[in-house]
Design a protein around this ligand. Structure first.
Ligand SMILES: *[C@@H]1O[C@H](CO)[C@@H](O)[C@H](O)[C@H]1NC(C)=O
Ligand SMILES: *[C@@H]1O[C@H](CO)[C@@H](O)[C@H](O)[C@H]1NC(C)=O
Ligand SMILES: *[C@@H]1O[C@H](CO)[C@@H](O)[C@H](O)[C@H]1NC(C)=O
Ligand SMILES: *[C@@H]1O[C@H](CO)[C@@H](O)[C@H](O)[C@H]1NC(C)=O
Length: 300
C-alpha cells in the first residue's frame, strides 16, 4: 500500500518534470545585417506543450523593449530603448508566435536581440533564444561602370572604371571580361574614398581595368564583349550586386570590307541611275533624228 503511494507520487513528479521541461523557444528570426533606413521584423516561435503562456519579452542588449502578457491588461507594453523604435501597432503575438516591427536609428541599433518566453505559475519556467543584428549603411545601388562604349574594334585599347555605392561595410570589386578575370597588369590599384555620414564612415571603391582587345580572350568570342563588375561584401554573399554591359566588337578588316561594300553598292546605284539617263537621252535623240529625217524628206 505504502509502495503504491510512493510509486504514484514518483510518476506524478516525472510527469510534472516532463511538463516543465517541455517549454522552449523553437525559432528566432532576426536579420543578420540590415540597412539603417529599413524597418525590420523580429519574430520568435515557441512550443508551450500544455503550459499556459504567461509572457513573451523582447530585449535589446538585455534591455526590455517589448512585452506581451495575454493574461493581463494591457496585453502589449513597449519600453524606450536606445537605437530602436517599436512601430505603433505593428506587432502581433499569440500562444505560438510573437512578431514585432522596428524602425532603426543607425549604428547604435546594432545589438543582440533576445526573445524570452515564460510559462504560468507555479514554475514560471523560462525559455529564450537570441541573435545578433548588425545595422549598417548598405549599398543602395548596383556598381557603376564608366568609360565603356557600345562598339569596339579589335586591337583597340579599352579603359573602364567601376565604382561601388557608398557603404559602411567594406566592398570588394571584381571585373570580368567575357567571364574571365583580368590579369594583374590590366588593373589599376583600387581607389578608396570615404565620407562621414549618418554616424558612419561611408566608403566607396573605384577600380579601373584597361587592356587591348587582342589575345586569347577574343580569338573565339569576338562578336560581343561583355564587361561585368561585381561588388561583394565579405561574409554576406546575399548582399552581392553586379552590373553587366556589352559592346559589339568588329574586326578591323571587316570594318574596311564593310566600307568597301557600301561604296560599291552606292556607286552601282549611281551607275544604274546614270545608265537610265543615258538611255533616255539616246531614245530622245533617236526620235529627234527620225522626225528630223521625216520633215527633211517632206520638204524636199
Ligand atoms: C517604416 O515604417 C513606418 C511606419 O509604418 C513607415 O512610415 C515608414 O515608411 C517605413 N519605412 C520603410 C523604409 O519602409
Ligand atoms: C498564431 O498566429 C499565427 C500567425 O498569424 C498563426 O499562424 C497561428 O496559427 C496562431 N496560433 C495560435 C495558437 O493561435
Ligand atoms: C553575438 O555577438 C557577440 C559579440 O560579437 C558574440 O560573442 C556572440 O557569440 C554573438 N551571438 C550569436 C548568437 O551569434
Ligand atoms: C551608301 O549608302 C548607304 C545607304 O544607302 C549609306 O548608309 C552609306 O553611308 C553609304 N556609303 C557610302 C560610302 O557613301
Amino acid at each position: 500500500m505504502d509502495y503504491a503511494w510512493l510509486l504514484f507520487l514518483f510518476s506524478c513528479t516525472l510527469i510534472d518534470m516532463q511538463k516543465i521541461s517541455a517549454l522552449f523557444v523553437t525559432d528566432i528570426s532576426v536579420p543578420e545585417i540590415v540597412d539603417f533606413r529599413d524597418n525590420v521584423t523580429l519574430s520568435c516561435s515557441y512550443d508551450m506543450s500544455g503550459h499556459t503562456l504567461n509572457s513573451v519579452k523582447w530585449y535589446k542588449d538585455r534591455l526590455e523593449f517589448f512585452r506581451y502578457t495575454p493574461l493581463m491588461r494591457p496585453v502589449y507594453l513597449t519600453f524606450p530603448v536606445a537605437g530602436i523604435q517599436v512601430l505603433d501597432g505593428k506587432y502581433f503575438c499569440n500562444e505560438s508566435t510573437c512578431r514585432v516591427d522596428l524602425s532603426l536609428l543607425g549604428a547604435k541599433s546594432t545589438g543582440s536581440f533576445k526573445c524570452e518566453v515564460s510559462g504560468d505559475a507555479p514554475h514560471f519556467k523560462l525559455a529564450a533564444k537570441e541573435d545578433n543584428m548588425t545595422v549598417a549603411a548598405l549599398p543602395q545601388s548596383d556598381p557603376l561602370i564608366e568609360g565603356f562604349n557600345s562598339m569596339y574594334r579589335m586591337e583597340e585599347f579599352l579603359s573602364a572604371t567601376c565604382s561601388s555605392d557608398y557603404s559602411s561595410v567594406p566592398t570588394k570589386l571584381t571585373w570580368y571580361i567575357n567571364g574571365e578575370q583580368p590579369m594583374l597588369g590590366e588593373l589599376q590599384p583600387s581607389i578608396d574614398t570615404s565620407i562621414p555620414a549618418h554616424d558612419y564612415i561611408l566608403r566607396r571603391q573605384r577600380l579601373q581595368v584597361h587592356f587591348y582587345l587582342q589575345g586569347h580572350r577574343f580569338y573565339l568570342v569576338s562578336k560581343i564583349l561583355e564587361l561585368k563588375c561585381v561588388a561583394e561584401i565579405e561574409n554576406y554573399p546575399e548582399l552581392r550586386r553586379e552590373t553587366t554591359l556589352s559592346a559589339s566588337v568588329t574586326e578591323f578588316d571587316n570594318l574596311n570590307n564593310q566600307m568597301l561594300r557600301h561604296a560599291i553598292t552606292n556607286s552601282s546605284a549611281a551607275d544604274t541611275r546614270s545608265c537610265l539617263w543615258q538611255r533616255t537621252f539616246l531614245v530622245s535623240s533617236l526620235c529627234a533624228l527620225i522626225l528630223a529625217t521625216k520633215y527633211s524628206q517632206r520638204d524636199s
